[in-house]
Each structure stands twice: as structure tokens, then as C-alpha cells.
Write a protein that binds this ligand. Structure first.
Ligand code: COA
Length: 236
């Protein structure tokens, strides 16, 4: 199948944002953290996500897009955008080392941009801040327990494939753009997914193993995140 993988460029950001927004519309974590649907602001969310992609580019994070050539598409389907999928990773951050000056500066720039968006859009577009910090705290606690490799992990922050292109190998190609590099370097990879089915099976096929779960509970609403690690494969 003719699927090409390319590093994300600035020109791809708006399509990448659209791809992620559509793919995560029914994501359990996304629905838990934006729990008041009437307060959800799609434009505010897109602005924030675009700023995050810009942040990733500025930090030289491994971010890839998949493009399908027309012959790769099923005959009865036409793509809504040029991008078939996107996958954003954080590079390994050794546990004992502080983040680089670039990352430190970009963190501040991102925070400042979010502040401007809060003013422009009159808030955070429906993000439940209390839930966000609950998740962050539990995530950090879990990472301290399960990130046992001092060299750090390639961390899959986001992966999304357009619905009409799923099950055709796009996700595998996007993931392998980084796992093959990780294998050569002998580095482990990590991801979290709030969608158990079918994602756990999909990620197991890509070499990940379930190692822990993060359970965020707020009143009657709970959200579970499955934490998976992929150990590097040795060349045959
Ligand atoms: C998860 C996701 C990125 C996977 O991408 P994809 O392009 O559908 O995956 P692929 O077609 O490359 O499949 C990868 C492997 O999983 C298998 N697979 C794909 N869909 C499957 C399903 N529904 N059930 C079981 N196995 C499945 C494939 O057969 C393939 O294995 P193989 O290469 O050994 O045959 C995609 O489904 C998606 O965007 N989902 C919505 C958003 C989301 O949940 N993102 C992840 C949040 S962490």
C-alpha cells in the first residue's frame, strides 16, 4: 500500500489538528476532561492543539504525518484531507537530567500562548481544569513507578488515523517511524490509551505490553488510561 511517512512541517499543522480532533471526538479521556459538551469550543481547542504542534516542532520532537497516494484509498472512499494520520512523540528525557534550555523556553512560550488564547476565547474552551490536574498528578505518580529505565522513553503523546483509513497499516507505519529508530538505539517506548478496545490489541501487535493503569475518578465519572511499554527489539 502506498502510504508515505513524512516529518510534520508547519504547513501541515492545521490538517494534523483536524485529524486529531476528529479521531479523538469519542475518546474516553477527551470526553472525561471536556465533560461539559455545551462548553466545548472547537476553535479554542484547535488553537491550543496548533500551539502544541508548534511547540513540538520547536523542540524538534519526532512528529510524523502519513499521506496516502490515491491508489491506497478504497475505491468507494475519498479522503477528507491530504493527511491520513499523525503521530507525535516526545524524545527520551533521561530521568536524572534537567530538560534542555530549548524545552524550558518553549514550555514558557506555550504557557504564554495559552494565556493569550484564554483572553481571546474567554476561557479554556470547556477544559475541566480540576480533572486536568488530577490526571497530571496521577500520571506523574505512575511514571515514577513504571519508568524504571534511567535513559527515559520515547513517549507517544498522540496518534490519530482518519476513520476511513484505519485498519490499513497507517498506524503501524507511523509508530514504526519511531520504534525502528528506538530499536537501533536500544531504547524503550511508552504510550497511554484511554480506549481499551481495540487499541490494546492494536498496540500489542506493535510490540507494546500493558504495564499499569491510571484511574481518574471525579464523582460518578471515571476515566481509565492504559499504560503500555515497548522494550527494544534486537536485530535478527
Ligand atoms: C489506534 C489507531 C491509531 C491505529 O491505527 P490504524 O491505522 O487503524 O492501525 P493499523 O491498520 O496500522 O493496525 C496496526 C495493527 O493492529 C491491527 N488492528 C487494526 N485495527 C484493529 C482492530 N480493530 N482490532 C484488532 N486488530 C486491529 C492491524 O491488523 C495491525 O496488525 P498487523 O500489522 O499485525 O496486521 C487508529 O485506530 C486511530 O486513530 N484510532 C482513533 C484514535 C485513537 O484511539 N488514538 C490512540 C489514542 S492512544
Amino acid at each position: 500500500m502506498a502510504i508515505e511517512i513524512h516529518p510534520l512541517t508547519k504547513a501541515d499543522i492545521s490538517e494534523a489538528v483536524e485529524c486529531v480532533q476528529k479521531a479523538f471526538a469519542d475518546d474516553p479521556y477527551f470526553r472525561w476532561i471536556f465533560n461539559k459538551r455545551s462548553g466545548f469550543n472547537l476553535q479554542r481547542n484547535a488553537a491550543s492543539m496548533a500551539a502544541h504542534f508548534q511547540y513540538g516542532l520547536s523542540c524538534q520532537a519526532p512528529i510524523y504525518i502519513a499521506k496516502a497516494t490515491p491508489s491506497a484509498l478504497p475505491s468507494d472512499k475519498s479522503p477528507t484531507t491530504d493527511i491520513a494520520g499523525v503521530c507525535w512523540w516526545f524524545p527520551p528525557q533521561p530521568l536524572s537530567e534537567p530538560v534542555s534550555w530549548t524545552v524550558w523556553a518553549q514550555d514558557w512560550i506555550l504557557s504564554f500562548r495559552q494565556l493569550l488564547f484564554n483572553i481571546k476565547f474567554g476561557g479554556r474552551g470547556g477544559l475541566n481544569i480540576r480533572r486536568y490536574w488530577q490526571w497530571k498528578q496521577q500520571q506523574e505518580r505512575t511514571h515514577r513507578q513504571i519508568w524504571t529505565d534511567p535513559r527515559g522513553y520515547y513517549f507517544c503523546n498522540v496518534i490519530a488515523v482518519n476513520a476511513e483509513m484505519r485498519g490499513m497499516g497507517v498506524g503501524r507505519k507511523l509508530v514504526e517511524a519511531v520504534t525502528q529508530k528506538a530499536d537501533l538505539e536500544g531504547m524503550p517506548c511508552y504510550l497511554e490509551s484511554s480506549k481499551g478496545f481495540p487499541n490494546l490489541v492494536i498496540y500489542e501487535k506493535l510490540g507494546f505490553e500493558l504495564v499499569s493503569e491510571i484511574e481518574c475518578v471525579d464523582g460518578k465519572d471515571a476515566c481509565k488510561l492504559y499504560c503500555m511499554i515497548r522494550q527494544p527489539k534486537k536485530a535478527d
